[in-house]
Every structure is written in structure tokens, then in C-alpha cells.
Design a protein around this ligand. Structure first.
Ligand SMILES: [Fe+2]
Ligand SMILES: [Fe+2]
Length: 180
């Protein structure tokens, strides 16, 4: 299995279509928050960042008469379920390890409880990191989905985050060697 980078994920047409639909700027901001939170909570940064970047890939556009309809969305939305499946398929296609693809898909499935009965979620640390990262970037009235970012800026941020993940994994490996 090759190591799948965020840039590999970002450049895939499925990501370009569906992550852009729910807001590329939001996805990238949540991925950066997840990186910080992963460090704080001892969670694997590679999984946290990938799950965070893809967390809203399952969004559908709920429009009525050309206008976004929040009630329609609230009643019918299953973006976390759809996103978990879509992200899993994408990751497997790109060559991600199956165990990682499942962990990431589960974190996407549980990043919100808006489609579930109250109090039914008990999250792992990874799942909690992704949910908290999403909350950190939320704006009133769902405005976080509409912030814009240029393709060049987005690509540069993705490359930078890949580097940050690589460096932090390298540090972890180095520290473990030092302890032995
Ligand atoms: Fe979401
Ligand atoms: Fe979100």
C-alpha cells in the first residue's frame, strides 16, 4: 500500500466535485484544526487530517426554487452517512490501507449527530478530534460552507499540511527511538 497524501486526495476529481460543493475553504480549515487537536489528544495526525478534510464530502445541495432550503436539509440530510461511504471508496481507489480507510470513514460518519437520536454517539479520540475541528470552523447560518478560496491558495495549504503531517510523524518516530 502506498502512502496516500492529502494532495493525492485533493487532486482527485471526486474530491474536486464534492468537497467544493460543501466548501473547500471550510474543509481545509477543519483539516488544520484537526492537525492541532490531534497533537493535543495523541491522535494519529494523518488519519485526523484526512477525515477532517473529507468530513463534508457527502453533502447534497438542498435547493427549492433556486434557494437553499434549510428545512429540506434538516429533514432529509444524511451527508455524514453518504460522506463516509464516498470517502471510503475514494481512499481505497487511491491505495489507502483498508484499516485506515475504515477509521477515516467512521470518523466522517460520526462527525455530527444531527441525523441521529440525541445522545447516541460515543466517540473515539479520533472521531472526537474531527467533530471538534468541525465545530471550531462553524459560523452562524452555515456560512462556513460559503467562504471562498482560490485553487492556488487551496493547493498550497494542502501541500503545507502534508509537510506538517510528515514532520510530526517523523518527530514521533524520532522520539520513540530516543526512548528505547
Ligand atoms: Fe458536516
Ligand atoms: Fe463541516
Amino acid at each position: 500500500m502506498r502512502h496516500v497524501t492529502l494532495l493525492d486526495i485533493y487532486e482527485h476529481p471526486v474530491t474536486q466535485k464534492f468537497v467544493k460543493r460543501s466548501g473547500l475553504a471550510h474543509a481545509i480549515a477543519v483539516a488544520y484544526h484537526a492537525f492541532d487537536l490531534a497533537k493535543e489528544h495523541g491522535v494519529h495526525p494523518d488519519l485526523a487530517v484526512k477525515a477532517a478534510f473529507l468530513h463534508d464530502i457527502g453533502h447534497y445541495t438542498w435547493y427549492r426554487n433556486g434557494q437553499w432550503d434549510y428545512n429540506l436539509y434538516k429533514e432529509n440530510d444524511i451527508h455524514a452517512i453518504k460522506g463516509a461511504e464516498r470517502a471510503h471508496k475514494l481512499l481505497i481507489r487511491l491505495g489507502e490501507e483498508r484499516r485506515n480507510a475504515k477509521e477515516i470513514a467512521l470518523a466522517i460518519l460520526l462527525h455530527t449527530d444531527s441525523y441521529l437520536p440525541d445522545g447516541t454517539i460515543h466517540r473515539t479520540n479520533l472521531q472526537e478530534v474531527v467533530a471538534k475541528a468541525d465545530e471550531r470552523d462553524e459560523e452562524p447560518s452555515g456560512n462556513h460552507h460559503y467562504r471562498s478560496i482560490t485553487d492556488v491558495e487551496a493547493r498550497n495549504k494542502i501541500i503545507r499540511l502534508d509537510q506538517m503531517v510528515y514532520e510530526s510523524l517523523h518527530d514521533v518516530a524520532f522520539q520513540k527511538t530516543g526512548e528505547a
